[in-house]
Design a protein around this ligand. Sequence first.
Ligand SMILES: [Zn+2]
Length: 84
Amino acid sequence: MSETEERPQDGAAGRLCPRCSSDHVRRGGNRTWLIFIALIVLAVAAVVVVHLPAGLVAAALVVLIVVTHLVLGEWTCQDCGAQW
Ligand SMILES: [Zn+2]
């Protein structure tokens, strides 16, 4: 049997928590999730209220979520809960 190590899938390898030096970190923090929720609410409003095409809004939403991740660059430690 070979040793298999669980690794985060989103390029977190090599990142360490500044507080506890754990490598169990993942992208995204509270601020990132708040913005995601706001974006989803806006997207639903755009379809329901402004009657924009749902496909277009969904595509824009995906792009905005990726951009938000890249711009904020927030990380969360899964061991001690630190966010930076
Ligand atoms: Zn930590």
